[in-house]
Design a protein around this ligand. Structure first.
Ligand code: FAD
Length: 398
């Protein structure tokens, strides 16, 4: 039983049960969603996060699907809605800046019956943090250094020297997961790049471009490239590009080379996120009383446009399996049930993410033209609804 979490806990059928203790590695989307839900179910929870504080910068996330439904059930929607961005229109533009097609966002919203949000990742984290029960212990600037599972507890050594005995250790520390490295071994084979795609996302201050966008999201599709630029707040602009066959060092030049929008978009870029587009595949997700969740084991890639959504939905599903755990054997049984139920969902979404490569960055001019035709058709009343529904998200149109 845990050192930190020992003591009488929830009463189960009139019998006082020991309180279960979880260590969560990673205060990201999955980590905070799980920590909050486990704490509400009576667990004692501590979250260790390598960063010294929540990261302020981030990219725009289209939030819909299973995570939206889960967030609603967990009472998180009001906090997320309050922090969401709103745009008037999605515009398809060409290399010289001409508008080739328009899709009113109201149509997208109607097509998905309002069950979609566009929100900055740090704002999702802020909403989840705000909803955390006060009893959850946050340990910033800390990470897991070693883990030993003796069959009754996971003994976790933290970087500040403290040792914690936990009923459950959850690795929700992203694609490069520390817990995965420690318990499953080095990253080789777990992280699977999708083709030669590089993602670049950034936020920059550019009042003129912000005003010229006028509340609209601009999207440009070319062979092997997609660029999306959107206004934020009073003067900021956020951009997102997927590039095939371009290394991180050449990403800025490649975006500039896309023409009018690209040239303007890369001005004022600060703190860009640049990474290979990849999925993670880990089998199994569970080892003893250690489990992985979110991008650590099941990244679908930004092409699926569902990573944050699945992180929250997965957290809810895992917490449900563990809600009534009172003994170590309940925990291992709950983890097994979670993996059995949730893995098929992830595998389906990962397959969808791989299929989306061609729409995000079309391989041929023919594919580019076919997609442009779809966007032009979006101007027609009946078709607009279909395009809007297929697009699902606003900043990752497909
Ligand atoms: C450019 C881009 C666009 C995207 N767009 C979308 C979208 O439109 N829709 C969508 O649903 N998803 C989108 N995603 C995916 C989504 O952001 C992720 O799938 C989601 O954030 C995964 O949540 P997570 O909690 O697993 O990981 P993260 O949210 O990445 O959190 C991991 C946390 O672990 C911490 N950490 C790392 N190492 C350690 C360590 N050693 N010890 C302790 N803590 C550690 C990190 O600091 C971080 O706080 C996008 C991703 C990218 C990169």
């Amino acid at each position: 039983m845990s050192a930190a979490g020992a003591g009488a806990g929830p009463v189960d059928g009139g019998r006082a049960s020991p309180r279960m203790h979880a260590v969560v590695s990673g205060a990201g989307v999955a980590g905070l969603a799980l920590a909050g839900r486990l704490a509400l179910d009576g667990w004692s929870v501590e979250v260790v996060e390598r960063a010294a504080a929540p990261r302020a910068s981030g990219y725009l996330v289209d939030f819909f699907g299973p995570g939206f439904d889960a967030a609603e059930r967990m009472g998180l929607l009001p906090g997320l809605r309050a922090r969401a961005e709103s745009f008037e229109e999605l515009r398809s533009v060409d290399a010289v800046g001409r508008v080739r097609a328009r899709l009113p966002i109201s149509l997208v919203e109607r097509a998905v019956q309002g069950r979609s949000l566009t929100i900055l990742r740090p704002q999702i984290v802020a909403a989840l943090s705000e909803a955390l029960p006060g009893a959850v212990r946050m340990r910033w600037g800390t990470q897991v250094e070693a883990v030993h599972d003796d069959g009754t507890a996971a003994h976790v050594l933290l970087s500040d020297g403290e040792r914690v005995a936990a009923d459950l250790l959850v690795g929700e520390d992203g694609v490069g997961s520390r817990v995965r490295q420690l318990v499953w071994g080095p990253a080789r084979g777990f992280v699977r790049p999708l083709g030669e795609l590089t993602a670049v996302a950034w936020i920059g201050d550019d009042g003129r471009l912000h005003d010229d966008l006028g509340g609209k999201v601009a999207m440009q599709l070319e062979q092997d490239r997609q660029l999306v630029v959107a206004p934020l707040g009073e003067t900021e602009v956020t951009g997102f590009a997927v590039l095939r066959g371009v290394g991180a060092a050449d990403a800025r030049g490649a975006i500039r080379g896309m023409g009018a929008l690209g040239r303007r978009a890369v001005q004022g870029v600060r703190d860009p996120y640049v990474d290979a587009v990849a999925q993670t595949v880990v089998e199994p997700w569970v080892r003893g009383r250690v489990v992985l969740l979110g991008d650590a084991c099941a990244a679908v890639s930004l092409l699926a446009g569902q990573g944050a959504s699945l992180a929250i939905a997965g957290a809810e599903r895992l917490a449900e399996e563990l809600a009534f755990a009172r003994h170590p054997s309940d925990v291992t049984a709950g983890l097994a049930a979670f993996e059995r139920d949730w893995r098929p969902v992830i595998e389906r979404e990962q397959a969808r993410g791989r299929r989306a490569q061609a729409t995000f960055a079309p391989h041929t001019r023919l594919e580019v033209e076919a997609q442009r035709a779809v966007w032009r058709a979006a101007a027609l009343p009946g078709v607009a609804h279909l395009v809007a529904r297929a697009a699902g998200g606003i900043t990752k149109p497909r």
